[in-house]
Structure formats: structure tokens, C-alpha cells
Design a protein around this ligand. Structure first.
Ligand SMILES: *Cc1c(COP(=O)(O)O)cnc(C)c1O
Length: 219
């Protein structure tokens, strides 16, 4: 599917939900994609991308940023504290803040660097043992803890369990965000971004629907 088709579908989903498409940021998830596909999307004018590994992003983006300096990279995958510095230098947003140790590292670096990317707290809405993210019951306390470190919390992020109805997870994420006074909702992927928009998504993370199937599995 083309970038244009995806943005048209985002517009339509936003309108159906009584929202405006400017309220929904499309992250083109470029992880593991051949560089020419990424360039093609940049040439079409898209500027916001999602990457799930710091190391991969660091290999790919410096060269692309030389040519497209206004491109923005959002980290959507797990972040180790020892890679926090690289992530903060390269990324405009981090969607995977999920534990105190990482928040402490980000807070220290924010002081040192004098800036901080937009941060999203990842919630493990399906309470899956193998998945990253804060449990729903612990979300309020963790958001408060991150805010106490003077970090800018833009919103929440979730990745629903593969075999469950995503809407239930989108609704839960929206509910946790609302009671914490957060407006950012990073949710929705290739197969369910329209549903996510119906539940208030402000950032949809769409990979394969834009770029085609990934050559190697990455999640
Ligand atoms: C890979 C990935 C996506 C995009 O998945 P698609 O199904 O290809 O759209 C979205 N979010 C995260 C966290 C990912 O790792």
C-alpha cells in the first residue's frame, strides 16, 4: 500500500471519529527496511519515522539526516539504559519508557544535555509476561514517578496482544491516559490503526502497510 493510501485512510478514520487528521501523527516504521524504500518515503515528503532498535537507527539515519535534516525519528522499541544517551541524541521521541532505572538515566541525561525527547510510558495492557511495559495497575504510580523527575511525559503507548481484540486495549490505554491527564496515545499498527484512531490515537505506528513486508522479522 502506498504512503498516500495510508494517509488517506488516516484522514477518513479521523473524520469518522469527529477528529481532524492533524491530530494524528503517522510514524512510518522503517525498521529492517531496505534503505531505498525508506528514501522513497522521504522523497514523497514524509518526515516522521519509527525505529525499534537504537543501534540499527544509528547505522541508518545519520546518512539520511544529512540529506533530509528535518526528518524525525521516534524510538518505539525497548531501550537499555546504557543506550539512553544515543537514543536521546538521535530521537525526537521515545515511546518505550517502562521502568525506573531507565527514567533515572533519561533524567540525568536531560539535565546534562539540556533537552529531552517527548516521552511515552509503555503500558503492558495485556499483562503479557514476555512483553515490555508497566502493568496497568502500576501505571499511575510510574507516571507520577517519571513526572517527579521533571521529565516531559507526552503520553502512553501500548502493543496489544496479537490474538486479542485491539480495541479493548486501546480503550484501556485511553482510560489510563485520561485519568493521568495525558493527551498522547501511541497505539495502532498496520492492521488496526483505524480502530486506534477511533479510540483517540495521536501517534499511529505503521510499518509493513507502507513499506511492504519486512525482510527479516524484528519484533
Ligand atoms: C514493528 C512495529 C510496528 C509496526 O508494525 P506493522 O505491523 O509493520 O505496522 C509498530 N509498533 C512497534 C512497537 C513495532 O515494533
Amino acid at each position: 500500500m502506498s504512503l498516500k493510501e495510508i494517509t488517506t485512510r488516516i484522514d477518513a478514520a479521523a473524520r469518522t471519529a469527529g477528529r481532524v487528521s492533524d491530530d494524528v501523527v503517522l510514524l512510518a516504521v522503517s525498521k529492517v527496511q531496505p534503505i531505498d524504500r525508506v528514501e522513497d518515503v522521504l522523497v514523497q515528503g514524509h518526515r516522521v519515522f519509527g525505529e525499534n532498535r537504537v543501534q540499527e537507527a544509528q547505522g541508518k539515519w545519520p546518512g539520511l539526516l544529512d540529506r533530509f535534516p528535518d526528518a524525525k525519528i521516534h524510538l518505539i522499541g525497548p531501550l537499555q539504559s546504557n543506550k539512553a544517551r544515543q537514543a536521546m541524541t538521535l530521537c525526537a521521541a521515545i515511546h518505550s519508557v517502562d521502568r525506573p532505572k531507565l527514567a533515572v538515566a533519561l533524567a540525568r541525561l536531560a539535565q546534562e544535555l539540556g533537552h529531552c525527547p517527548e516521552l511515552f510510558v509503555q503500558i503492558n495492557t495485556g499483562e503479557e509476561p514476555q512483553k515490555a511495559g508497566v502493568l496497568p495497575d502500576e501505571a499511575d504510580a510510574f507516571v507520577a514517578q517519571v513526572r517527579d523527575m521533571d521529565l516531559p511525559v507526552a503520553g502512553l503507548m501500548c502493543i496489544p496482544p496479537v490474538h486479542e481484540t485491539p480495541s479493548l486495549h486501546f480503550a484501556l490505554l485511553a482510560k489510563i491516559a485520561a485519568r493521568n491527564g495525558l493527551t498522547g496515545l501511541s497505539m495502532g499498527m498496520s492492521s488496526d490503526f483505524e480502530q486506534a484512531i477511533a479510540f483517540g490515537a495521536t501517534h499511529v505506528r505503521v510499518g509493513s502497510a507502507i513499506f511492504g513486508a519486512r525482510v527479516a522479522a524484528s519484533v
